[in-house]
Design a protein around this ligand. Structure first.
Ligand SMILES: Cc1cc2nc3c(=O)[nH]c(=O)nc-3n(C[C@H](O)[C@H](O)[C@H](O)COP(=O)(O)O)c2cc1C
Length: 410
């Protein structure tokens, strides 16, 4: 299957600093259509019918979320575009904002109209400071042309914290607090930023909106699978010849993406969905990429046969331990203990009980962590234990053997 550029149709085609090049390609027609010909409820209905699900990782149905905020009581409502893109291996939102900030602004204009928000924020990853200028210029140009009479868009920069991509920590950060996951419910559509109804959507989710409004929900829902409509923008990296951004119709095979398009060879495994994504062994390389199977943020990191399974999982867990906000014990302590066990295994000092300890700890963390960070951090551990158990067992038996040798020699 070849790439299908729908969301990315303007990328590397328009001048991201010149709104006229965007207007030449139907720019802002969808916003005009929504505001002139559709009620907010009809706009939400169209997004619901399209089947669009959030592209930030969790895959929550977008229209249903908007409806909750639309119906929520409150004189003030907010829209937040999540441009934190902290997920390991994900760089699609950066590509989008760098090359087509206008579609994002238009998508935000439609979303704000639908939910009834007059103020919106783009929460921009700290490392994307260099995008501030192009985003501000797109907002200013849209304003000058009269497309944003109903909406003020502000940009808030993060400070380099992975947890601040999680929606409740993100809102804490915008409010000027230390970013930590909040207890839920209440959920943001009813009680979000400063306690007001708030919709938080990923950059890519919002990029879909103008296409849906312009071409219709029926057209959109014909793309993809039963539960995964539309296209998905994948960020492919690791052991591939052609790393980069690929937009594919949902339901495409992992093999098509990493081998046919990105040119991977001697694949051992691919991790799909970022650091906490599922680990797919080569034997499952023809798996379809969709919400029914495996997707997440759309990061695909390929590891070839030269890579060490335990080293990979150890480094991944080090990242989670570093980035845990520390608010809940299962995540704060669990990630640290995992690092300790995996670190011993990695240097050949593991013990037979370690596998059971990793499994038990994984289950506790998944069941009792406060947010997605701690709940998902054990996924690569459990997946590699399932698909590459031999690697763990061999490392442990080598460790036991070497220890016994040391015992004899001492
Ligand atoms: C630890 C953690 C980090 C996250 N980072 C991001 C991120 O960088 N960008 C993003 O869009 N969503 C991220 N999410 C998901 C958001 O919490 C939220 O589900 C998403 O922004 C909702 O938008 P969507 O419905 O359009 O996907 C993260 C979640 C967790 C648990």
């Amino acid at each position: 299957m070849a790439e299908k550029r729908i969301l990315l149709k303007n990328c590397e085609v328009i001048d991201p600093r010149d709104i006229d090049t965007y207007l030449d390609r139907d720019g802002f027609k969808a916003l005009a259509k929504a505001r002139d010909e559709m009620t907010p409820e009809e706009t939400i209905g169209e997004v619901k019918t399209s089947g669009l699900r959030g592209r930030g990782g969790a895959g929550f149905p977008c229209g249903a979320k908007w409806e909750l905020a639309r119906k929520a009581q409150g004189d003030e409502k907010f829209l937040i575009c999540n441009a934190d893109e902290g997920e390991v291996g994900t760089f699609k939102d950066r590509y989008i904002m760098e090359n087509d900030p206008f579609t994002l602004v238009e998508g935000m204009g439609i979303a704000a109209y639908a939910i009834g928000a007059k103020t919106a924020y783009i929460y921009l990853r700290a490392e994307y400071h260099f995008l501030l200028d192009v985003l501000n210029s797109a907002i200013d140009q849209a304003k000058e042309k009269g497309f944003l009479e109903h909406l003020d868009i502000h940009i808030r920069e993060g400070a380099g914290s992975y947890i601040c991509g999680e929606e409740s920590a993100l809102m804490d950060s915008i409010e000027g607090k230390r970013g930590e996951a909040r207890f839920r419910p209440p959920f943001p559509p009813t009680r979000g930023l400063w306690g007001k109804p708030t919709i938080i959507n990923n950059v890519e989710t919002l990029m879909n909106i103008p296409q849906i409004i312009l071409n219709g929900a029926e057209w959109y829902s014909k793309l993809g699978t039963e539960q995964s409509k539309g296209t998905k923008v994948f960020s492919v990296s690791g052991d591939v010849e052609r790393p980069g951004i690929y937009e594919m119709v949902l339901g495409c095979e992992l093999k098509e993406l990493v081998i046919d398009l990105a040119g991977a060879k001697n694949v051992k495994m691919a991790q799909v969905g970022g650091a906490a994504g599922k680990v797919i062994p080569y034997s499952m390389i023809d798996i379809a990429l969709s919400y029914e199977t495996v997707l997440g943020s759309g990061a695909v990191t390929v590891l070839d046969e030269s890579r060490d399974t335990i080293d990979f999982v150890y480094r991944t867990m080090e990242f989670f331990a570093e980035e845990s906000c520390g608010k809940c014990a299962p995540c704060r302590e669990g990630t640290e203990v995992m690092v300790e066990i995996l670190g011993r295994l990695a240097v050949g000092d593991g013990a037979e009980e370690d596998i059971q300890a990793l499994e038990d700890l994984s289950n506790v963390m998944m069941l009792s962590s406060l947010c997605g960070l701690g709940q998902a951090a054990p996924i690569p551990v459990l997946d590699t234990l399932k698909h590459f158990r031999n690697d763990y067992e061999n490392r442990i038996s080598q460790s036991v053997f070497l220890r016994s040798l040391r015992g004899i020699n001492s």
